[in-house]
Design a protein around this ligand. Structure first.
Ligand code: NAD
Ligand code: TYD
Length: 377
């Protein structure tokens, strides 16, 4: 095999798309998916690649240093794409310790194992790469300012052309970290450890900070899949606060393509922000979701608007996220491929066409998949 790469968190939402892309695109790479299979890990996300000869699944906790180090030695691992994390802000508010354990200590364990293994080789760090996947939430929240006399969303110019924005400032790579939630604080801390391993030991690292992803296989506790499922089942849609918060949405396969590009061509010790210049107020997305689900299910379009239920706001709810991805576009030529309307239509269709997947996840049955498919292999 030309390369042997560990992808952590490959049974999760984004990880499963990255594993699928790498396994299919690089038959001469050995892709090892390391995942603990927490509530968010679902091997059914990877059904279509599980029998490919260049794919291996290893059930392991990234905090288990001995197991990770032994795996790297045994398999001669030369690349790591690290996605495993606790990822849901609402859960981090209830249980911050789990987030510190996995996101901080787990990342440290991955870094230390890679450092010790690669330093033991004659060529040391040559041809090696440690790629850490992070979030735009480390930068904190942006204001919703606008030029005098112009109501948001207003048109603003970026390297990719004109786009709509709810504020004049954007997250750029040189911005100070100001995380607010336990989730983003833990991710920020892990980012610092990654950079410290480069600066202290010379580990060949790269970090990316991406905006909110959407698409198939997302665990239905996050806004888009949760609301699609609730609309389908005519259940209330719990909108935090007034639904005025703004998020910047990227189709998950565009993120996976960016990861592929940066893993291969990104510069060592660089940071790249990934986003599609696609800001939306939550309430506007929710209305689009309702209209789309209604239309695809043959209901009168907008019939389910009465499911919108305003509930108590999330504690410390960040007002606005907006990524400036012009560095990635300029330096590596990455562009998002899907318009949001197209991506949302595709996503809603996927969840409606894959009701068995959704029902399996919401019932908890998916957690038996590993026992059935892997235990006795
Ligand atoms: P997810 O919650 O869907 O998946 C996380 C995966 O990590 C699961 O398969 C889970 O089983 C695994 N995992 C958790 N703890 C583990 C541990 N201790 N050891 C091994 N595996 C473990 O998350 P996601 O949305 O796919 O996010 C993946 C990464 O991308 C995260 O690092 C997240 O911070 C980052 N990110 C996510 C988004 C987004 O919108 N979802 C945006 C930007 C960045
Ligand atoms: P989420 O999908 O949890 O992503 P993040 O918090 O990482 O941005 O939430 C997206 C937005 O939707 C966020 O502003 C919170 C809001 N939201 C709701 O209003 N209701 C909900 O039930 C959920 C899960 C999220």
């Amino acid at each position: 095999m030309k390369r042997t790469i560990i992808i952590t968190g490959g049974a999760g939402f984004i990880g499963s798309h990255v594993v699928r892309l790498f396994v299919n695109k690089y038959p001469d790479y050995h892709i090892i998916n390391v995942d603990k299979l927490t509530y968010a890990g679902n091997l059914a996300n990877l059904k279509d690649v599980e029998d490919k000869p260049n794919y291996t699944f290893v059930k392991a906790d990234i905090c288990d240093f001995d197991t990770i180090y032994a795996l790297m030695q045994r398999e001669h691992v030369d690349g790591i794409i690290h996605l495993a994390a606790e990822s849901h802000v609402d859960r981090s508010i209830k249980d911050p310790f789990t987030f510190a354990r996995t996101n901080v200590m787990g990342t440290l364990s991955m870094l230390q194992a890679a450092k010790l293994y690669w330093e033991s080789l004659p060529e040391r760090y040559e041809g090696k790469r440690f790629y850490h996947i992070s979030t735009d939430e480390v930068y904190g929240a942006l204001e919703m300012t606008h030029p005098e006399g112009i109501e948001p969303p207003f048109t603003t110019k970026a390297s990719s052309g004109n786009h709509l924005a709810y504020g004049e400032a954007f997250f750029t790579e040189d911005l100070k970290y100001q995380p607010h939630s336990p989730y983003s604080a833990a991710k920020a801390s892990s980012d610092h450890f990654v950079r410290a391993y480069h600066d202290t030991y010379g580990l060949p690292t790269v970090v990316t900070n991406c905006s909110n992803n959407y698409g198939p296989y997302q665990f239905p506790e996050k806004l888009i899949p949760l609301f699609i499922n609730n609309i389908r089942n005519r259940k209330p849609l719990p909108v935090y606060g007034k639904g005025e918060n703004v998020r910047d949405w990227l189709y998950v396969e565009d993120h996976a393509r960016a990861i592929d590009l940066i893993f291969h061509e990104g510069a060592v010790n660089e940071t790249y922000n990934i986003g599609g210049f696609n800001e939306w107020k939550n309430i506007d997305i929710i209305r689009v979701l309702i209209r789309t689900v209604d239309r695809l299910l043959g209901r009168p379009e907008g019939a389910d608007m009465d499911l919108i239920t305003f509930v108590t706001d999330r504690a410390g709810h960040d007002l606005r996220y907006a990524i400036d991805s012009s560095k990635l576009q300029r330096e590596l030529g990455w562009e998002p491929t899907l318009q949001f309307e197209e991506g949302i239509e595709k996503t809603v269709r996927w969840y409606l066409d894959n009701q068995a997947w959704l029902d399996n996840v919401t019932s908890g049955d998916y957690q038996n998949y590993y026992e059935q498919m892997y235990k006795n292999r």
